[in-house]
Design a protein around this ligand. Structure first.
Ligand code: HEC
Length: 164
């Protein structure tokens, strides 16, 4: 039996990104015939002050609402979306804020692999929201802070385990 997939904007956006990232780039940046469907989904406006709202709309489709990388569209992606909740743990307990904001600005630095690769967000955010100068910076800062808040907490020491 088919499971009903919740038809949320974030899912649709992520599906679109996953299945048609190249064609969306063409639609956005005018290097091909504009795709009105892509334009519709890429016109999702969000509040630049709300990391939570932006994350839900733009990131959760691939990375999952908790950041573990299991969003509803993750299985369409050739490279698995990164587990964003482990970024601090993998960086000796320090959240790599500069790295995250750099990735959002200019991409992972790796060659994109297949469908659903991590987009370069700065131009997307700017175009989707018709941001005024400076606003995209605020978006990236608030998204970075939201990803910081998703970090796994270190395990709390076990209580009641007394060693002689
Ligand atoms: C279309 C699916 C998709 C969407 C949507 C997406 N990502 Fe990603 N993201 C990926 C994939 C795939 C990777 C892994 C790239 C790699 O390993 O080469 C990744 C990697 C990353 C990384 C790098 C992690 C590391 O280990 O350095 C960060 C940070 C990140 N994403 C944040 C975000 C944020 C924030 C958003 C929303 C603004 C977002 N992503 C939206 C697919 C996506």
């Amino acid at each position: 039996m088919l499971k009903a997939v919740p038809c949320r904007k974030a899912t649709l956006l992520a599906l679109l990104l996953c299945s048609a990232s190249i064609c969306c780039h063409a639609a956005l940046f005018g290097d091909g015939a504009a795709n009105p469907v892509a334009h519709f989904y890429f016109s999702i406006h969000t509040n630049p002050d709300s990391g939570q709202e932006m994350y839900a709309q733009y990131c959760a489709g691939c990375h999952g609402s908790g950041g573990q990388g299991h969003g509803p569209a993750a299985h369409y992606c050739t490279v698995s979306p990164a587990n964003l909740a482990l970024l601090a743990k993998k960086n000796h307990g320090v959240f790599p804020a500069n790295r995250v904001s750099q990735v959002l600005h200019s991409g992972t630095g790796k060659t994109p692999q297949g469908q659903g690769y991590m987009p370069v967000w700065e131009p997307l955010l700017q175009t989707m929201n018709a941001d005024k100068p400076g606003t995209t910076e605020i978006r990236i800062a608030n998204l970075t802070e939201y990803v910081r808040a998703l970090q796994e907490r270190p395990a709390t020491p076990q209580r009641g385990h007394v060693t002689p």
